[in-house]
Design a protein around this ligand. Sequence first.
Ligand code: SF4
Length: 977
Amino acid sequence: MPGRGDHEEDDLDALGARVSAARAATQARGETFYQGPSGVHLAAFPPRERWDDWAELDSRAWPARKEHRYLLVPTTCFNCESACGLLAYVDRDSGQVRKFEGNPEHPGSRGRNCAKGPATLNQVTDPDRILYPLRRSGQRGSGGWERVSWDEALDALAARIRAAIIEERQNEIMIHIGRPGEDGFTERVLASWGVDGHNSHTNVCSSGGRTGYQFWMGADRPSPDHANAKVIYLISAHLEAGHYFNPHAQRITQARANGAKVIVLDTRLSNTATHADHWLSPVPGSEAAINLAVAQHLIATGRYDRQFVRRWWNWAEYLQACHPGLPGTFEAFEEVLATLYSEFTFEYAAAESGIDAAVLAEVAETVAGAGTRFSAHVWRSAAAGNLGGWQVARTLFLISALLGAVATEGGVFPNGLNKFVPRPIHTPPHPGVWQDLTWPLEYPLAQNEMSFLLPHFLNEGRGKLDTYFIRVYNPVWTNPDGLSWMEVLTDESKIGCFVALTPTWNESAYFADYVLPMGHGSERHDTHSYEQYDGQWIGFRQPVLRAARERLGETITDSRQVNPGEVWEENEFWIELSWRIDPDGSLGIRQYHESRARPGEKLTVDEYYGWMFENSVPGLPKRAAAEGLTPLQWMRRYGAFEITSGQGALYGQPVPAAELEDVQVTPEGRVYTATAKPFSPNIVPMGAPEPDGEGRRAAGVDVDGVVRRGFPTPSGRLEFYSSTLAAWGWPEHALPGYIKSHVHPDNLDAGQMVLLSTFRLPTQIHTRSANAKWLDELAHTNPVWIHPADAARLGVARTGDLVRVETTIGYFVAKAWITEGIRPGVVACSHHMGRWRLDAQPRGAGGMMATVDLRHGDDGWTMQRRAPVAPYESSDPDSQRIWWSDTGVHQNLTFPVHPDPISGMHCWHQAVTVRPAHPYDQHGDIAVDTSKARAVYQEWLQLTHPAGPGSQGGLRRPPWLMRPLKPARGLFRVPGQ
Ligand code: SF4
């Protein structure tokens, strides 16, 4: 009898023979055998030529061969920042989407998705979703809602915003964004209103990582070329949940298949760590010390790229600023460099991190062997967890910069080289106001808006908001200190009108004045481009039923014509709202929302994207024309377009002589001209240095007598030494270095442990994935990971026992998971869980939201679970099949704010005391004292070095640093300066 393996081999042989026969037959007919951009033959993906009429057999009808015929329509997943391509299978009979799979034409995701992509179908058919515009009746949060028309909602909001603009209360308008999912549309809407009202979630997400990269290369994101790397160094769980994780994970997997070594620093045994060649589980906050020990090894053993360092580091500026007595030669710098990090021995890093020195030495040797094929990435994780976490990214890039692995094959690129943002049809000017609620003087170097401090700023009377929008954002649940958010969101004297743009209910939307239903990833338009490999692409999210029906010859003019209920999309909403704010054009707003083709009429999304694809995306018009399509038709059909690949080290390109007239060169070699234009808006992106004050622009940098493009930093080189940090009050941190975290062992009280609270589960993400039943079944709770030694010490007998985790402002009660997958002395709890609603409020996510009682008394807030999730009746029979009841705990409510004084990042790690739960504790209990939260906020505020009169020419912040929506140049000056 043959074994099972033999059968499989036989089957594979037979399949291979059939594929070969099919290929031969296809070629005999003179047709091309479809390979697709993913390089996978037609067994994996429907070939694009057949997307108008694709047939599949109905698996449930087997053995009958019942065919379903589909139109395949691309869109983009909206469930994380990776923006993978999806292909909607639109049933030609019912006109509805039956499933979502990967889009093989998408250059970033190449047909692959994680579980959250196909689960878009659950979100579309979610029985609990919001289908109509609603206005609250009764007190905020009381649960009373009445249906209103879109016209009523739009007119009410337009009147408020118009009044605020006319009365010069522009700073009372704010749009607060969670997942952007697009490149710049919302910023331009605000700019057209003349409002500096963009707020983001970035300072509770990735600012720490961004800051470290920004100070090195003027671009705030790394773009690692994992696929071609020899050594991959990851700080965090990039194979399952890291930034751009599916596009990156598939390339890391590709590299591993080619023999690449993977080094993972993660205190938890994540799925990524299980795939590593070297898994390091460091003491939280010690990651920068490990990076510096590796860097020191490269320096001490002379295994750094001398020519790269000599040519591209701003070492001369460093010598001049810090060692003026030394000769300004590279040799003198090397002598200093040899001593700079000498304290970072393997033994020192071992003492800090708890990793054996011999293991660190082995890792350093592996890194040294990578040469320029060293790809590395940190994004959230340690960079988002620790005071000074931004130095984790800065020290990580130090390793890349020593190896010369910058914009090399297998190295790390600045994101500007691998991202493409097309020019839109209208570009309004920079707003003429500065919003102090998001960019306060205390945080002049903050990477992004100080979003999570908004409740404290409002409580201090720094301002108030007339109209506050949230989109793809749930501040009460996502932020630390959510109950301080609750206090201001329910106070109409602080927030006059609170509007939630959302497809689903969430903990914040329950307290809104208007809840306006917006589409999911297959029900809205957006464009986006992300740095996922050495290439540039642009993706197009679209309402798939609109594209399908247009393909069949219908004319659709508004996404509400195809979306369920009255679900809309933001772009059409913003255009309509802007039009109503300025109906006659007298405020100067309407012009930015007007058609160019039909002056006096409203811009449509077809014209908006049609113009962009026709005029701003190189190569797309030609490619579309080759298939007899307009660029918009081409993007509606295929969903993504690759503009370039294999960009290489563009920073080293010589600047053409024609761009070098009327040149001025600084002593450091920065070259300015009156004539140069940035050679590509995508290569010298957001952080490009400002004009030199005489109308000149930075054109490049003199390297060995040749003017080259350089990096968008003040010096034009990679900034080993940051003159910005030095000048703005932080000279001690101007070099890559190690800042001891607020949870460093020296800073913990006796018995305290470190809580890691930021890790994602692969199948859940933030708020909206809770409305996907498949994902909820896969992952629905967040136990506290605790090492057996700690469990024994604390008296936690078994997995499932309740523990009380005490922070500085309260506590939460959760189940313990006793596991050796976490370091002793550290506990961990994933942040997706503990979704809740009050009894009076509508059901928001029946499979994930427990019903709770929330009380506010003299000694603070308490939350207790009234009812767990349970089977319920709905339009979806699966809601009767919910078999789980434990949906975890909302731990973020118990965290105070910890704003890093430099990056502005909220430092998520918590020093906690863990105890067995009290006898009367219940799973999910929360207690918080928001007066203590205010005290912690004030304590951290004391760490800052505010801008102010006399600071750096009277500036609020260095103009060269990024800012998503920059006000007019003059507003960078502190008032009165
Ligand atoms: S990684 Fe998953 S959730 Fe993120 S965009 Fe891709 S398919 Fe969607």
